[in-house]
Design a protein. Structure first.
Length: 411
């Protein structure tokens, strides 16, 4: 019997992906462990290996199309079978050979299948979807209470109860499409998988996480002087950047104020035992946040070397899931673009993100005198559920003190 090849979850939180490229064609022999395809997730392009040997009988999701996790993307013929085994074959009638979940039965013959790309991906459990269909509940109007805003059964049950209790009033159909009248000529650029995921997660973060913001100006004149001394005689590739000092300062402040190194869940507050910092890196089509682990235990030189390696891998699409999953605190630096200050959106499930602006010459007080010095503005975005204002302010003060007395970061 043919084996259905299921798209597994290749990284935490993955719900769908684009089949970027099939490395095998229909009719090709495949060995167990051989790479079948390249799959583009929101974070990186990964290789997808075959778990069973056989012949690639039918590609269900062609290259460039999107597939949900646990959906059938191809069918594998086992030893002794040929293409005649696919005649009249209906998906769901075979034993799954990839992933953990079988596909749902599809009432159509394999030869009649046309891949369909959903217009909108909802984060909802299979049970919630089934109950919603039974009770006539529209999932588009629900806010999920599950992990990462996922719609679960209790959300559907509550919506059904409210619908039964409140008379239904007819409303005009609303469209999420913008009014494009009068905007002139334009080019339509299809959303990449990364851009779709970024949009979904940022919308979720901004609408479900109660943000508040704290700002500070850091006098980094001493830091720049120390950096110049450290970099004297170093090759360009080995030079320490201001961003390396910032990461080290964040780690130093988290060690001083561990109450800021937390994650909110509905059941409990998770106080992280390691200081792992996610650092935003701009790549083609979006951004990604590789994680610098145990940053408080690393020297400036080690941080600099590791960040250069992670940034290069990110831009080349070579990050592995362990390179970007996790992290308890994020840093986003737009200073190199001349941005004076900005407020960043928290990266769930983390509680804080530090937005860093450009250093510029400003008047500052030195005793009884006013002098010009390099000042850098930073903004801390905080999840008020897990970090109170006093904790956020204490952390920001510790970070500012570390950058203004940079020798403390060398010991």
């Amino acid at each position: 019997m043919p084996i259905e090849i299921i798209l597994p979850s290749l990284s935490a939180g993955m719900e769908d992906a684009i089949i970027a490229n099939w490395l095998k064609s229909e009719g090709d022999a495949i060995a167990a462990g051989e790479v079948l395809a390249e799959v583009e997730t929101d974070k990186a392009t990964m290789e997808f290996e075959a778990e069973s040997a056989g012949i690639l009988g039918k590609i269900i999701v062609p290259a460039g199309e999107r597939a949900d996790v646990s959906s059938v993307i191809a069918v594998l013929l086992v030893e002794g079978e040929d293409t005649s085994a696919l005649e009249g074959y209906v998906l769901g009638g075979a034993t799954s050979g990839q992933g953990d979940l079988p596909s749902e039965p599809v009432p159509a013959a394999l030869s009649d299948i046309t891949p369909v790309v959903p217009s909108q991906k909802l984060a909802a459990s299979p049970l919630a979807r089934r109950i919603a269909a039974q009770k006539g509940v529209d999932l588009l109007g629900l806010t999920g209470s599950g992990p990462r805003g996922r719609i679960v059964r209790v959300d559907v049950d509550r919506a059904a109860e409210l619908t039964a209790a409140v008379p239904v009033v007819a409303k005009p159909a609303l469209s999420s499409a913008p009014n494009l009248a009068g905007i002139g000529a334009y080019d339509s650029v299809p959303h990449s998988n990364m851009r779709r995921i970024i949009a979904r997660r940022l919308l979720q973060a901004k609408t479900t996480v109660p943000h508040f913001y704290l700002e500070a100006d850091c006098d980094i004149e001493s830091l720049l002087d120390l950096r110049a001394q450290i970099n004297e005689g170093r090759e360009k590739a080995d030079k320490i950047s201001v961003n390396d000092f910032i990461i080290k300062g964040v780690a130093h402040a988290l060690a001083k104020v561990p109450e800021a190194n937390v994650i909110w869940t509905d059941e409990a507050m998770l106080r992280l035992k390691s200081i792992d910092i996610s650092v935003a890196v701009a790549i083609e089509g979006g951004l990604i946040t590789p994680v610098l682990r145990n940053a408080d235990q690393k020297s400036l030189g080690a941080i600099s070397t590791e960040m250069k390696t992670l940034a290069t891998k990110a831009r080349d699409g070579g990050l592995k899931p362990e390179d970007y999953q996790g992290g308890g605190f994020s840093v986003s630096n737009l200073g190199m673009f001349g941005v004076k200050s900005f407020s960043a959106i928290i990266n769930p499930p983390q509680s804080c993100i530090l937005a860093v602006g450009a250093a510029e010459r400003r008047p500052v007080g030195r005793g009884d005198q006013i002098v010009l010095a390099s000042v850098m503005s930073v903004t801390l975005s905080v999840d008020h559920r897990s970090v109170d204002g006093a904790v956020g302010a204490t952390w920001l003060a510790a970070f500012k003190a570390a950058l203004e007395s940079p020798m403390t970061l060398l010991v």
